[in-house]
Design a binder for this molecule. Sequence first.
Ligand code: SF4
Length: 536
Amino acid sequence: MTAAPFDTERLLFAPAIAKAGAIPTVFAFPNEYSVGITSLGYQVVWATLAARPDMQVSRLFTDTQESLPTQPELVGFSLSWELDYGHILDLLESLKIPIHAAERTSAHPLVFGGGPVLTANPEPFAAFFDVILLGDGENLLDDFVNQYQVARRADRSNQLRQLAQVPGIYIPSLYMVSYEGKDGAIQSIQPIEANVPSSVTKQTYRGNVLSASTVVTEKAAWENIYMVEVVRSCPEMCRFCLASYLTLPFRTASLEESLIPAIDRGLQVTDRLGLLGASVTQHPEFEALLDHLNQPQYDQVRVSLSSVRTNTLTQKLAETLTKHDSRSVTIAVESGSERVRQIVNKKLQNDEITQAAIHAKAGGLSSLKLYGMVGIPGEEPTDLEQTVQMMRDLKKAAPGLRLTLGCSTFVPKSHTPFQWLGVNPQSEKRLQFLQKHLRPQGIDFRPESYSWSVIQALISRGDRRLTPLLELTRHYGDSLGSYRRAFKELRGQLPDLDFYVHANWSTEQVLPWNHLQGPLPQATLVKHLETALSHY
Ligand code: SF4
C-alpha cells in the first residue's frame, strides 16, 4: 500500500460526523485510487453514505485505504469494469471475509454491490454478494440503509429476507436456478420461498437534478476533473446499446436548478470540467449551456465532452470546445453502411457525418474521432468496404483534419434487443480488413481487442455456472487463453464458450436475468429485434 492520496482531495459535500452506534462500513472500488476516484458513480455513492450520520464509512482501493473499522457490518463494492471482479475477491480475502456469500455467517459483514456491470447482469458474480442494488442510487441507497437499520439486530437470514422486500434490492441467495442438464440452457429461476418477490425491478430516479463530482483531486486519472452529469440514458435506442436501453427513460438535468449551480460550485476548486452522459448534446438546452460557458468568466476553463451525437456536432460546438482547450471531439457512427445503421436503429446519413467533419474543422478542432463496430448482426463484407469508403470521403471533405476510427466488436448486452444474438466469429478478420485498408490512407485505426470482446460477451450473457470459472481464471490471468483453459477444466459442468458468446439464443430461452426487470418488458425488446431483422 502506498501513502494515502486523500490529503489532496477537495470535497464538495459535507461528510457527517458519525453518531454513536453508526454502522461501520467499508465502501470499496476494486481498482486503484486514481481509477476509482475518477468514477462519478463511486464518488456519488460514497458521498451519499458519508453524508449520513448513522454511517461510519471508510474507503478502500487496491492500492490505498482509509483507516478501516475492525468489524465492519457492511462492505460495498462499485463495479464498473467486468474484469475488476478478481480485485473484489482479493479485497474480500484481505478483509478476511469468505468470497462466497454462502460461507458467511452472522459474524461476517453483509457484502453489497452496485454499478453498471452488476445492474446489467449480476449473475456470474451472484455467489460473491449478499446484496446487489439494481439501478439508480438516488433513492435506492437510502432505502437500503434505512431497511438495514430496521433489520440490523436480526440474524443474517432474516436481515436478507427483510432487505429483499425493498424494490431494487436483489438477494441472489433467495433465488434458485435450475438447468436443462449441467451444460444445457436455464430451465427456471424461482424465489426459494413464497414471500420473496418473484422478480426484482431496477430502480429509476426521475428527478431533474443529476449527479456531479463530490470530490476533485489531482490524483484522479483525469487530473483535477470536475464532472457533471448532463443527461442520463439516450433517446436514440441503438439496438445494441446498454447505455440507452438499461437506463431508460432519457432524463435531463435542469439547466437552472442543476447544471449551472453544479458547474459554478465545481469551478470554485478547479478549472477542468467534464460534461458527462451518453448523449450530452441532446440536452434540450444544450445551446444555452454553451452560451453560458462562452461567457468571459469561463475563458480559462478546460471543457471535455463524452461522445456527441453526429448531427449535433455544429460549428458553434466545435468553436466552444476549441476555445476551452479541447482539440478533438468523438462521434459514434457504428458503420459506413447506411443499411447496417438501419439495422441498429442509428438514424444517421453519410452526408451528416461529412457535415460533422466539416464543422469540426471549421470550428478549429484538429481531430475527429469516430467510433465504429464490426460484426453487427446482418453485416456483410461489402458493408466494411463502405466504411473504408466513408473514411476516404471524410478525408477529402475535411482535408487536414486528423481522423481516428476506434472500432470494437459487437457484443450482446442484457436488456437490449440484441441480447439474443451472438458475437460474429468473423469479427477479428473484419477488424484486420479495416486496418489493412485504412492505415495506408493515413487514418489512425484503433481496433479494440477481439479477445477482450469475447470475454465481455461471456460475462455479459453469463449465468451462475460461471462462478467456478471466474475463480479459476482469476489465478490464470486475464487472457482469453485463460478462459479457454478454465472451460476445458470444467468441461461437463457448464455449457461451452460458444454457447455464451457466439450462439444466437432463442427468444423463448430463459435468460440468466429473467427475474430482474429492466426498463422495457421482454415483449418490447422482441419487437425491436424483429424490426432490426427486417432490415437484413
Ligand atoms: S446514440 Fe450512442 S448512446 Fe445513444 S443509443 Fe446510440 S450508441 Fe447508445
